[in-house]
Ligand binder design. Structure first.
Ligand code: SAM
Length: 268
C-alpha cells in the first residue's frame, strides 16, 4: 500500500481511505493532472491520490482538517517544493486566495460525505475561478447532481448545480475499495462550470428562493407553489403547465419563471 502512516479512521471527519490501486489510477486518469495546473485536493487523508497527483503535476495544494493526518502529510511531503498544506476546515477556505484569474483552479478529492452538500454550495461561490472539479461522492448524491426532470433523484441540488456546471457521472466505486468500508456505494463525478451559463437569470437570489420553495413541497403542483407569488391572472399567463409537479419542470422552466417573478417584482 502506498499510503504512509498509521491512523485510526475518524467517523466525524467522514474518513474512508482508498486502498484499491486500480481505482486510484482510474481516478487519477480521470483527473489528468498536468504540469502548470493549479490543483487543490480536498481531504488528502493518508495520501492515496495525493502521491500520484503530485508526481504527475509537480505542484499540489491540499486542505486537511485532521491534525494527525496533516502532521503525517507534512512529514511525508514537506521537502517537496511543489507541496502546500492548508490545515483547515475546507468550508472556511477562501478559494479566491489560491489563484489569480478566471477558471484557473482544478479542485479534486475523495470528499467527506458528511459535508458534501454544504461543500458543493461553498465551492459554487467560486465558480468563476474554477476550471473543473472531480470528486468522489456518495453514489446517491452523484445521482441527484446528474438527474433530470421526471427522475425521482431530481431536486434542488440537481437544478442549482446544473445551473452552474456541466455534470458528468464518470464511474462507480464499490465499498471494498476503501478502508474502513463505507455502508454506501460511491461514484466519481466531474463538475465543469459553464463558460456561458445555459439558462442565466436576472435575479439569482429569487431563482434560488423559487427552487427551494418548489422542492419544499414537491408533491404539490407548481400552481400551488406559485400562488404565493402571483395572482391568478399572472399565473395563467405563465408559459408552463401549472398542473405539473416541481420535479417535472426543467432548469430552463425555473429560470423562465424566476425572470417573470422578477419582472413582477414578486417576493415570497
Ligand atoms: N483522500 C483520502 C483517500 O481517498 O483515501 C481520504 C478521503 S476521506 C473520505 C475524507 C478526508 O477529508 C479525510 O482525510 C478527512 O479528514 C478530510 N476532511 C473531513 N472533513 C473535512 C473538512 N471539513 N475540511 C477538510 N478536510 C476534511
Amino acid at each position: 500500500m502506498k499510503q504512509g502512516f498509521p491512523h485510526r479512521a475518524r467517523k466525524r471527519f467522514g474518513q474512508n481511505f482508498l486502498q484499491d490501486e486500480h481505482i486510484i489510477s482510474r481516478i487519477v486518469d480521470a483527473i489528468k493532472p498536468d504540469e502548470g495546473q493549479v490543483l487543490i485536493e480536498i481531504g488528502p487523508g493518508l495520501g492515496a491520490i495525493t502521491a500520484p497527483l503530485l508526481a504527475r503535476s509537480g505542484k499540489l495544494t491540499v486542505v486537511e482538517i485532521d491534525r494527525d493526518l496533516a502532521s503525517g502529510l507534512r512529514a511525508r511531503y514537506s521537502t517537496h517544493e511543489g507541496f502546500t498544506l492548508i490545515e483547515s476546515d475546507v468550508l472556511k477556505v477562501d478559494f479566491s486566495t489560491l489563484c489569480q484569474g478566471q477558471r484557473c483552479l482544478r479542485i479534486l478529492g475523495n470528499l467527506p460525505y458528511n459535508i458534501s452538500t454544504p461543500l458543493l454550495f461553498h465551492l459554487l461561490q467560486y465558480r468563476d475561478l474554477i476550471s473543473d472539479m472531480v470528486f468522489m461522492l456518495q453514489l446517491e448524491v452523484v445521482e441527484r447532481l446528474a438527474a433530470g426532470p421526471g427522475n425521482p433523484d431530481y431536486g434542488r441540488l440537481s437544478i442549482m448545480m446544473q445551473y452552474h456546471c456541466r455534470v458528468e457521472k464518470l464511474f462507480r466505486v464499490p465499498p471494498h475499495a476503501f478502508n474502513p468500508q463505507p455502508k454506501v456505494e460511491s461514484a466519481i463525478v466531474r463538475l465543469t462550470p459553464w463558460a456561458t451559463l445555459p439558462c442565466p437569470v436576472n435575479n439569482y437570489a429569487l431563482f434560488e428562493q423559487l427552487v427551494r420553495q418548489a422542492f419544499s413541497q414537491r408533491r404539490k403542483t407548481i400552481r400551488n407553489t406559485l400562488k404565493h407569488w402571483l395572482d391568478n391572472t399572472a399565473l395563467d399567463k405563465l408559459p408552463v403547465d401549472l398542473s405539473l409537479r416541481p420535479e417535472n419542470l426543467s432548469l430552463a422552466d425555473y429560470a423562465r419563471i424566476a425572470d417573470i417573478l422578477d419582472q413582477h417584482g414578486s417576493t415570497h
